[in-house]
Ligand binder design. Sequence first.
Ligand code: GMT
Length: 382
Amino acid sequence: MNIGITCYPVYGGSGVVATELGKALAGRGHHVHFIAYSMPFRLGHVAGNITFHEVNVNTYPLFEYPPYSLALTSKMVDVVHHEELDLMHVHYAIPHATSAVQAQQILKQKDERVPVVTTLHGTDITLVGRDPSFRPVVNYSINESDGVTAVSKFLRRETHEHFDIESEIEVIPNFIDTDRFQRANKDHFKQALCPNGEKVIVHVSNFRPVKRAQDVVEVFHKLCGEGLCDLKLLLVGDGPDRVPTEHLARELGVYEDVRFLGKQEPIEEILSIADVFLMPSGSETFGLAALEAMACGVPVVCSDIGGLPELVPDEEAGFLCPLGDVGALTDRTRRILTDEDLHDRMARAARRRAVGAYSLDEIVPRYEAYYEEVRERSLAAA
Ligand code: GMT
């Protein structure tokens, strides 16, 4: 198939999933056209049957807010027409689904048809999308899409609860390249970061308030206070809460043992030296970063919210804790760090679950089958 993919190309789960999906589809012989405002960061270089189409937004003194979604629509029309796309798959509803259904309408006038699949990822439904300033448009764009997928059952429920959705929503969970994400020997790296063989807690996020990165530092502080001193905390990523989190680490006197590594691409190398992965998020429709950790055999301690209970079986691949309960997060993390058998059992279960339920080979064919189904349905309706 000739497939157009639109996503946010910057750091973030939906962009990662869209890019990895495009790469995997290309690897399976499809032609993939990425349409975005910059090259998706996980794409690396474009070659063979992957093409990147950049959306340029004209600035004009009259435009206080340059109309990106219109420029995206025009680019979609152009690419569908010239590259003869069979289907467009957009990730994150705002504004991608809206631009795609608009492009579809424009193309219809020229007697050209292209089905649109929208994948809902997270705050496009749970936060931003339900704000009155966007809700009618998001609702319309979902209903006008020919196919709609959500990354978890939780997200499907939320979508039905907060929007008037007429169509079926297919749950296709996120996936991971389990060859790339697996535990590898990174002794040199461990030696550099933990010269005294300290155990390692890792947190990866975009440091937005919803990730509750300060809770991670509080857990670390409590563990140190309990005498678990041979520990290091590695914080990966960057965002608005990084500075307050740094302040908290200084204030609590643990800064020396916390490393803020910033945005890192070879995440699997860091995860390969991790003993526990902490995700105390306030909202998480799926939790891709937790899946990356699980694939690397790292037990996950996370909030019992959103899509996380679907991903992390409690007491098997890690622990689910009540939201904001730093005491529970600390207790479960301590148990894993101090009980080697428990750690090893959870590490194996985490890897097994990632490979068994969320591998690329498992999930990508589900997207292919869904594309076929949507195409057949929309051809029949034409
Ligand atoms: O919705 C967001 O906040 C952004 C989005 C992203 O682009 O990173 O994250 C969501 O989608 C990811 C990929 O499907 C999920 O793994 C994240 O759980 C989800 N984030 C939230 O629900 C906060």
